[in-house]
Design a protein around this ligand. Structure first.
Ligand code: AHG
Ligand code: MN
Ligand code: MN
Ligand code: MN
Length: 337
């Protein structure tokens, strides 16, 4: 029996659970098709003229990579005409992108990080695309969508997912009914269901953090990492391993696959006060996926999905992954208060 396609999975979710509307199914299939096109562009590398940077900066103050902008354009072009969206928002765009008047509008808001892990593009290390789906507020139907309509807590997401462009191209998705993984069949272009119930192990001895920021960390994070490094004679009595890919998608995918804890904590620098990662299109979608897979996702003390956003590109501290480890970090934050 061939592995189910993405369409078959979504039709079954639509039929069984009533979780997925026909419009949401069209939206997810459209994003998945755009990720296929991004995977194709990524795969060309130097042969496709897609490497390197532009001389433009994005609203984050980052120098944009060619693939940041190309991926953003692929997602905009794919999603504008379908009639399933009211508007879009992206890491690479300062403000929201309205659906042109020549197209019908739908009830969903799509947010995305079109190319996550940009610093890895030119060195051929796994990168990805992250997306999050919200409903447009009911009162927005008769008026133009505004940025404030996007500022909803992560608990309001109706779907979230990421594509990871690695040795395999995979799409990992939740519509609120667990987490599933699809592998791109390059011969037929189909997304094939290969992981039908992704769960994060509750325990782990593997942490992911950028150690070069150690001198800036708050005490609870220093305490936790110090314990991990203490080894067998330490209070946890086991040797920890460390991984840091510097593509959130790759680090989170590893944690979904074998457990672990991912940390990009806020730190004591003025630039790090709120953390590095963006709430609306990195932390929220990844937190939805992690929780649906049985893990935990906090900003240090509080559940990320409960955060009431105040700005489209706001940053947040992120500690997510295996329940036992994340809950210990949370305990250390609370003990430090
Ligand atoms: P993006 O490339 O979309 O700007 O995101 C990069 C993020 C995230 O993917 C990763 O976990 C983190 O930046 C890595 O930060 P450092 O380079 O500071 O380790
Ligand atoms: Mn990113
Ligand atoms: Mn990005
Ligand atoms: Mn970026």
């Amino acid at each position: 029996m061939k592995n189910k396609s993405l369409t078959q999975y979504l039709v079954e979710q639509q039929r069984q659970e009533g979780v997925v509307s026909a419009e949401l199914r069209l939206l997810i299939e459209t994003v998945a098709r755009a990720c296929k096109a991004i995977s194709h562009a990524v795969g060309k590398g130097a042969l496709g003229g897609v490497l390197g940077s532009l001389d433009s900066e994005n609203v984050q103050g980052e120098v944009q990579k060619k693939l940041d902008v190309l991926s953003n354009e692929i997602l905009l072009d794919a999603n504008e005409w379908g009639g399933h969206l009211a508007a879009m928002a992206s890491e690479e765009m300062e403000t929201i992108h309205l659906i042109p008047n020549r197209y019908p509008k739908g009830e969903y808001l799509l947010l995305f990080d079109p190319l996550d892990g940009s610093s890895n593009i030119d060195v051929n290390v796994s990168i990805g695309t992250i997306f999050s789906v919200l409903r447009a507020p009911a009162d927005a139907s008769g008026r133009e969508i505004e940025e404030r309509d996007f500022l909803q807590p992560g608990t309001r997401q109706v779907a979230a997912g990421y594509a990871v462009y690695g040795p395999q191209t995979m799409l990992v998705l939740t519509v609120g009914n667990g987490v599933v993984g699809f592998t791109l069949d390059r011969e037929t272009g189909a997304w094939r269901l290969t992981h039908d119930d992704i769960r994060i192990p509750e325990q782990t001895a593997e942490f992911a953090i950028n150690m070069s920021n150690m001198r800036h960390w708050e005490m609870p994070v220093r305490r936790y990492i110090h314990e991990c490094l203490a080894g067998k004679e330490g209070p946890l009595g086991k040797n920890y391993n460390m991984r840091w890919v510097a593509s959130m998608v790759a680090d989170v995918h590893r944690i979904l696959s074998r457990g672990g804890v991912f940390m990009y904590p806020r730190d004591e620098r003025p630039s790090g006060k709120a953390g590095k990662l963006r709430l609306m299109y990195e932390a929220n979608p990844m937190s939805f996926i992690v929780e649906q897979a049985g893990g935990v996702a906090i900003d240090g003390e509080h559940r990320i999905l409960d955060i009431e956003p105040t700005a489209l590109h706001q940053r947040v501290g992120v500690v997510l992954g295996s329940r036992e480890e994340v809950e210990r970090v949370q305990r250390y934050h609370r003990e430090a208060q």
